[in-house]
Design a protein around this ligand. Structure first.
Ligand code: P6P
Length: 284
């Protein structure tokens, strides 16, 4: 597993270099979720494939930007990644990220054994998680690491990151979001999943939600590349991560590698509020 995290550190600096190449524009292709691809999406994807495919511990990689997984060898791990999440925010110089889920045997939430994400912002930060351990570091431009305190979610926080097109929110979801604001929560939503979830994690708590909506009942965020890796990190940091039926996200089955799910990540108080407004009490 260590060699995978080392590859992520190497790739992070290469992707950051690509981000700073200038305006690269759009391709005339779409990804499997029907989103038009930026040249930066494909460049980042290629960087991650190059960094991961030669690792002896990896047998297969799957990318949000590729239809099918790529067999790379006979190693123990399968790596699913979102090469540059929120890439459409680069042209307005907002923070973006890369997300990694490390699986054993198959691409299923229950088989996730490690996660990591990179935030490309005023600095490059990397957060990695194994069972029982979350680490956070600044990546220096010379490749050195500056360790930071591990993030830990308190019982409840102050931040509310409500995703999804509000026009399509179900009434009970709107009531949930409004109830948090009426309790004084502050809006923190950039449209970039990685910085938005990183902010709540580092500031100690709150709620990030990307619900099912009338136009997208299964939500937008992808299980393998985005949802499962962050669910693992939030749980290891003392929080919770559930879907709109109150199920633990990491328990959800995954039939297709591009499947999406409604998702809620947060401190236990806020997840309790989700259960209340969605009428999905915690299983006894
Ligand atoms: P919306 C970026 O495209 C992304 O996949 C996530 O990073 C982000 O949380 C979400 O979409 C934003 O979606 O519908 O709020 O613009």
């Amino acid at each position: 597993m260590e060699e995978i995290f080392e590859a992520i550190l190497r790739g992070a600096r290469r992707v950051y270099g690509a981000i700073n190449q200038g305006e690269l524009g759009y391709c005339d292709t779409n990804n499997c979720s029907g989103e038009q691809q930026l040249r930066l999406d494909l460049i980042s994807d290629q960087i991650w494939l190059e960094e991961l495919q030669t690792l002896p511990s990896v047998q297969m990689v799957a990318s949000e930007e590729r239809e099918e997984p790529v067999e790379t060898g006979r190693g123990e791990y399968l790596v699913a990644y979102d090469p540059l999440d929120g890439s459409s925010l680069v042209d307005v110089d907002l923070s973006v990220g890369s997300i990694f889920g490390i699986y054993r045997e198959s691409f299923q939430g229950a088989n996730l054994v490690g996660s990591a994400y990179v935030v490309y912002g005023p600095r490059i930060e990397v957060v990695t998680a194994l069972q029982g351990e979350v680490k956070r570091s600044i990546v220096r431009h010379d490749g050195g690491l500056i360790p930071l305190d591990p993030p830990r979610l308190k019982e409840r926080g102050k931040l509310n990151a409500p995703g999804g097109t509000q026009k399509g929110w179900y009434p009970h979801h709107r009531e949930l979001i409004d109830s948090l604001f009426s309790e004084g929560y502050r809006l923190r939503y950039s449209g970039g999943m990685v910085p938005d979830l990183h902010q709540i994690l580092v500031k100690g708590g709150g709620l990030f939600s990307y619900p099912g909506t009338e136009d997208k009942p299964n939500g937008k965020l992808r299980k393998l590349f985005e949802v499962f890796p962050f669910a693992f990190i939030y749980e290891e940091a003392g929080g919770e991560a559930i879907d709109d039926r109150g199920r633990r996200l990491l328990d959800l089955p995954c039939q297709g590698i591009h499947e999406t799910t409604p998702c809620f990540f947060g401190s236990s108080y806020e997840i309790g509020r989700v259960r209340e407004f969605y009428n999905v009490p915690r299983a006894e």
